[in-house]
Design a protein around this ligand. Structure first.
Ligand code: AVI
Length: 319
């Protein structure tokens, strides 16, 4: 049996502590969504994907279940058979692993902000796929997709499911798509894109009846307490989520229930009652607009598969 190899990339220019403290001091305060994903946050996100209201995971899985053979054939035609599958934001690697039978990759590269989390996941995955060359890359690609040079230069399939591209503003999404195209080196990108749909469906998906999304959002404060030595009391804050039709995005915020002060190592600020901290945007695309973005990033030969309701799209784009 092979063993997975791990590559830890250099820290981003801005250390997490500096980035989080700057976001807290900004007016209005704004904390990047990557800070949701401490150990509990990752589990809460997994719980979100099982909620009846949270349609993206189910819709994407339904597309792959119904169209797997077609998607695999189109992907192999675009990338070739000696396929390197590069999984962006791999997490528990389940989505990519479910494609192994159909895609038959020769190499699997799992990229995630937490190489520690990848270690356990990839050890287990390697036992199920003993002959697969498996590489874990610890990389925060939210500011730049700087993959290790040894992985570049050969046609690859960049896999970016789950509509995580929606957590980037359009200009940043374009930048990431351009970087993905460069990394694909003549291969292809297979990406999940969440589409515009009735507002009540969107609203419920980000403000579910059980309050799991609220817990996911509020848990960010506990993460900041540990990271920055801050003294947030979660009970002083409430979860706010709404759809902004002009920007075509869900916005998530944390709103102070009363006037309060927060202290952290090297800083302090007051929040007025009702003042908000912006924690996430989740853009919802029209299919044609996202296809135009892919073309602007240099991709061609686009294919798209949608679910029956037309709520989600899986798109393949040749690099
Ligand atoms: C990870 N990302 C695609 C999720 C989304 O739908 O934007 C994160 C999330 N935020 C609240 N619920 C789920």
């Amino acid at each position: 049996m092979r063993s997975p190899r791990f590559i830890e990339c250099p820290q981003p220019a801005l250390a997490p502590v500096t980035e989080a403290a700057a976001g807290l001091a900004a007016r209005p305060a704004r904390i990047p969504p990557k800070f949701f994903y401490d150990a509990l946050g990752s589990r809460l996100f997994d719980a979100i994907t099982e909620l009846p209201e949270y349609y993206p995971t189910r819709s994407e899985a339904a597309i792959f279940a119904a169209r797997r053979a077609d998607i695999a054939a189109a992907t192999q035609a675009a990338v070739g058979t000696d396929m390197t599958l590069i999984d962006l934001g791999a997490g528990n690697c389940c989505k990519a692993e479910s494609l192994f039978d159909a895609f038959a990759p020769a190499r699997y590269v799992a990229v995630d902000i937490s190489v520690q989390y990848l270690r356990d996941t990839l050890q287990r995955l390697q036992q199920r796929h003993p002959r697969l060359e498996t590489i874990g890359v610890g990389l925060d690609f939210s500011a730049q997709l700087a993959l290790p040079a040894e992985l570049l230069g050969k046609p690859a399939l960049l896999f970016y499911p789950g509509s995580s591209i929606g957590n980037f503003a359009p200009a940043d999404a374009l930048r990431l798509l351009r970087e993905a195209r460069a990394a694909a080196a003549g291969g292809a990108l297979l990406i999940g894109v969440d589409l515009v749909k009735p507002v009540d469906v969107l609203q419920a998906a980000y403000d579910d009846a059980l309050g799991v999304t609220a817990a996911f959002n509020l848990n960010l404060l506990r993460h900041l307490n540990r990271l920055l030595g801050a003294d947030f009391d979660v009970r002083d804050w409430r979860h706010v989520a709404f759809f902004d039709p002009r920007a075509s995005r869900i916005e998530m915020h944390l709103e102070a229930r009363r006037a309060l002060s927060v202290r952290w190592r090297g800083g302090e600020r007051r929040f007025a009652a009702g003042e908000r901290m912006h924690t996430e945007d989740s853009y919802k695309w029209r299919r044609g607009d996202f296809e135009a973005l892919l073309r602007e990033a240099g991709f061609r030969d686009l294919r798209a598969w949608t679910d029956e309701a037309g709520w989600f799209a899986v798109m393949l784009a040749a690099g």
